[in-house]
Design a binder for this molecule. Structure first.
Ligand code: SF4
Length: 504
């Protein structure tokens, strides 16, 4: 279906507001993207600016809490300190690109540990799948950075320009000194937030307090300023200007989630069977007394005006809906004022909706094959990650055989092979490792410029050693598997690397 048609209001008389058509038209034109006329058959629909009204209620409160937590975590985590020992970074969460380390409190990941990062990404994706299978787009409505930052920018907009009604008036008003001042102030604060958002991002890549000073004194590397500038621009554009368009047109998640949900996944739904036909509150009692149908929806458009995506949830489940729950708050407020039961718009499932329409009770259940599968995958991957993290070694060794010459036959008939050994010491203290080789009978090992009994490796680093292995004369096979074993004498921790001994 063309986008233009997708946004058109339903044409059937039951869905169209019969009680107050002029008011409905006015609201629709001013508040939603669902009433944009497309007269030339074009697939392109010009954007109508969405000016959501502030909602009050449970879901708004949940969103406030999550907003504060999410922003608090993002802006403050770089300043959390974590003592790791002398010479080690004291930032709790740090991605040190120079050193190639990722620090997360007591966990330190090396480039070789990239599998943990991949595992974490897979785990995050599986958790998102599970959340979606149970409760639909909760990520979009409550936790997605686009949602959180747009909410933050709306707070600023409301503080400066007022709520929806005042903002609409300001939009329509001609340019004046007051309008210029308000707009300037709003955009300045938006830019400040966007700049701080970019600034907070780079603090994850270097010691935060030090980098703040270097940034302020223009001594930080140019790449830091470039990153801040890029993130300032994208935050300002995405959260300040593009808002719901990012979710509707740019984000792939609404398209992907269709494959992850089914009719038993919870979503925000309008209870059509209870709400229709829509009728003004004043006429409801009279109509019902006369045996005429009159639904609970009074067509107040409160659910539409609070929607940050500018949609009408009564048109049914839509891809544009980020499922933030604000329409539930708005409708519950209206129902409360009218003394009617709340829940005309609520979290429910498509299966329940169909069952109710057929006169039956709820049929959906959270525990079903899809959710069991996702939960099992989350538990499996999470358990494996935890196990491998707890049992991972802090010692690593790799070996590289000399390419040329591959072997040297000495005057006494013995054979010598050369190798480069790299030992990784992932502990925050210097260690010495004893080296031994296994696999070739009577083999002897020498370390150029050192001794195999104690190969010193500084704390949290790697060290290369030149190794010579000598085998006695008379080896039969041209290449024999050879194992290099290093042992930390102090802790007994060991690691092995494998190669071959070339005899000819
Ligand atoms: S807020 Fe409730 S009563 Fe008002 S239009 Fe929306 S669904 Fe109908």
């Amino acid at each position: 279906m063309p986008l233009a048609q997708r946004h058109m209001p339903p044409q059937d008389s039951a869905a169209a507001p019969p009680a107050a058509p002029r008011r409905a038209k006015k609201f629709a034109a001013a508040a939603t993207r669902s009433a944009i006329p497309v007269e030339d058959g074009s697939l392109y629909v010009a954007r109508t600016k969405v000016q959501p009204q502030l909602a009050h209620g449970t879901f708004r409160r949940i969103k406030w809490v999550l907003l504060v937590v999410a922003l608090g975590v993002y802006y403050l985590v770089p300043f959390l300190r974590w003592h790791r020992g002398e010479g080690e970074p004291s930032q709790a969460v740090l991605l040190d690109l120079d050193k190639g380390r990722f620090y997360f409190f007591s966990i330190e990941l090396w480039p070789q540990d990239v599998t943990y990062v991949m595992g974490l990404l897979i785990l995050a994706a599986l958790i998102l799948f599970l959340m979606t299978a149970v409760a639909g787009r909760v990520w979009c409505g409550y936790l997605c950075p686009q949602t959180v930052w747009t909410d933050l920018f709306l707070v600023v907009e409301r503080m400066i320009e007022g709520d929806r009604r005042e903002r609409l008036k300001l939009d329509a008003a001609p340019w004046s000194m007051e309008k210029i001042a308000l707009r300037t102030m709003k955009h300045a604060i938006w830019l400040l937030i966007a700049w701080w958002t970019g600034g907070a991002w780079v603090l994850y890549f270097a010691d935060a307090p030090t980098l703040v000073v270097r940034l302020a004194t223009f001594q930080a590397p140019p790449v830091a300023y470039a990153a801040i500038l890029t993130l300032t621009a994208t935050t300002y554009l995405l959260a300040g200007h593009m808002r719901e368009q990012v979710c509707t047109y740019m984000c792939p998640w609404p398209r992907i989630q269709a494959a992850l949900t089914d009719e038993h996944a919870y979503a925000i739904l309008y209870r059509e069977e209870r709400g229709e036909p829509r009728i003004s509150a004043k006429k409801t009692d009279g109509l019902r007394a006369a045996g005429q149908p009159a639904g609970d929806c009074v067509d107040c458009f409160a659910c539409v005006t609070v929607c940050p995506a500018g949609i009408d949830i009564r048109d049914g489940l839509q891809m544009d809906s980020i499922q933030c729950g604000l329409c539930i708050d708005a409708c519950d407020t209206t129902m409360g004022k009218l003394g009617r039961p709340t829940g005309l718009i609520s979290y429910d499932t498509e299966a329940n909706r169909r069952s109710r329409a057929a006169g039956h009770g709820p049929v959906s259940r959270i525990v079903r094959p899809r959710t069991i599968l996702y939960a099992a995958l989350v538990a499996g991957v999470g358990g494996f990650m935890l196990y491998s993290l707890l049992t991972r070694t802090f010692t690593g060794v790799s070996v590289l055989h000399d390419r040329n010459p591959q072997f040297v036959t000495l005057s006494d008939g013995s054979v010598r092979n050369g190798y480069t050994l790299r030992i990784a010491n992932k502990r925050p203290a210097a260690r010495a490792f004893a080296l031994d080789v296994e696999g070739v009978g009577g083999a002897r090992v020498e370390v150029v410029g050192g001794t195999p009994d104690a190969l010193p490796v500084p704390a949290d680093s790697t060290e290369e050693f030149r190794i010579l292995v000598f085998a006695p004369p008379g080896l039969e096979a041209p290449a024999i598997p050879l194992t290099f074993r290093i042992v930390d004498a102090a802790s007994g921790e060991d690691a092995t690397a494998h190669d071959h001994f070339k005899a000819r």
